[in-house]
Write a protein that binds this ligand. Structure first.
Ligand code: NAD
Ligand code: UD1
Length: 319
């Protein structure tokens, strides 16, 4: 049994990770400022975790929580590319300033390892597919730049201070609880909500852009493996599935699940948008022992089921 401190624990990925750690009998300190995450996301484990409402931008406030922790998983961030273009300063402050604070607190508490949520966004429009970790980063948005910077800070903390760190480049993660009511949420969440409300999904661009859509269960496994894998410290690893789908194909898959013939509306492409993205996951396979177990279609089916049930319980209210 180990003690984990999870930042961004009340968010989409964080809440799934916390549930799994609790299920396995680990101790969890969940840290979040509830800016995009919600206390309800941790309802199923309430009473079995320590919940700390705090902002990673405040080093003095978060520092005491790291004492006695074995592993830190740093997920807290503003995770939207579009938001980072509208407001680069706040994304910069949370994603870079917050990451430095978390690494400092982890270093000073002598934790065993810190796992950082990096992003496939760092590859930008590099022409080669699939994405391999050795390709140069070419961020197309302030968000992507903050994630490259976070990776470098992790490496520096390993080299300068001996803090073990692992950076995981998550590809497009989806699943239950991905914010159903935020304009900055992931595309699958937006599409599923549009289907449930009988609205027309909007595609930015021609719909032929592609993503390695990765079900959240796979990411939770990758994070757990990254915390423990010998030989992973100081490393950067892709976490995806190795397959990709265009948005037009996603609409086709949703039409099949919903048994409808929805035609999306096409709008101009988004600034800072990456065209294609697909992970080479062989390094994570070799070093972490990572292998995705839930494929896209199965993940999409489970996700739609969750949104249907959540909407029945009022989660589909417009905010
Ligand atoms: P999310 O928005 O659901 O979760 C982020 C959490 O961090 C939220 O609970 C939010 O309240 C919290 N947070 C934000 N600012 C904070 C602050 N200043 N102090 C404390 N807590 C703060 O997003 P997510 O999709 O679960 O993403 C988790 C992490 O994974 C992020 O770092 C994101 O950049 C990264 N990531 C996500 C994806 C994806 O497709 N979802 C892909 C690549 C990387
Ligand atoms: C997503 C994640 C980001 C992560 C990155 C890794 C979110 C909000 N963003 O960014 O945290 O680091 O993957 O690869 O989870 N689109 C539409 N219609 C919509 C919404 C989006 O066509 O209503 C398009 C976008 O223009 C883009 C694609 O769908 O081409 C994916 O967009 P989005 O889900 O926002 O994710 P990314 O920008 O890839």
């Amino acid at each position: 049994m180990a003690t984990y401190l999870v930042t961004g624990a009340a968010g989409f990925i964080g809440s799934h990770l916390v549930e799994e750690l609790v299920r396995r009998g680990d101790q969890v300190r969940a840290l979040d400022n509830f800016s995009t995450g919600r206390p309800e996301n941790l309802q199923s484990v309430a009473g079995r975790i320590e919940m700390l409402e705090a902002d990673v931008r405040e080093l003095d406030r978060i520092r005491p929580y790291f004492s006695g922790v074995d592993y830190v998983v740093h997920l807290a961030a503003l995770s939207s590319v579009a938001r980072s273009i509208e407001d680069p300063a706040s994304t910069n402050a949370v994603n870079i300033g917050g990451t430095v604070n978390v690494l400092l607190a982890a270093r000073d508490a002598r934790v065993r390892r810190a796992v950082f949520a990096a992003s496939a966004a760092v590859y930008g429009d590099h022409p080669a597919l699939p994405r391999v970790e050795s390709q140069p980063a070419r961020p197309l948005s302030p968000y992507a730049l903050t994630k490259v910077t976070g990776e470098h800070y992790c490496r520096l903390f390993t080299e300068l201070f001996g803090l073990e760190t692992v950076a995981l480049r998550f590809f497009n993660i989806f699943g239950p609880r991905q914010a159903p009511d935020s304009p900055y949420t992931g595309v699958l969440s937006k599409f599923i909500v549009a289907y449930l409300r009988g609205e027309t999904p909007v595609i930015f661009g021609d719909g032929e852009q592609s993503r390695d859509f990765t079900y959240v269960h796979n990411v939770v496994e990758a994070v757990r493996l990254a915390a423990g894998a010998p030989g992973a410290a100081g490393g950067v690893f892709n976490v995806g599935t190795g397959e990709s789908y265009t948005l037009n194909r996603v609409i086709g898959a949703l039409n099949e699940i919903f048994q409808r013939q929805v035609e999306p509306r096409y709008a101009p492409p988004r600034d800072g948008d990456v065209r294609d993205s697909r992970a080479d996951i062989s390094l994570a396979g070799r070093v972490l022992g990572y292998a995705p177990t839930v494929r896209f279609e199965e993940g999409l089916r489970r996700t739609v089921e969750w949104y249907r049930a959540a909407f029945g319980n009022g989660a589909g209210r417009r905010s």
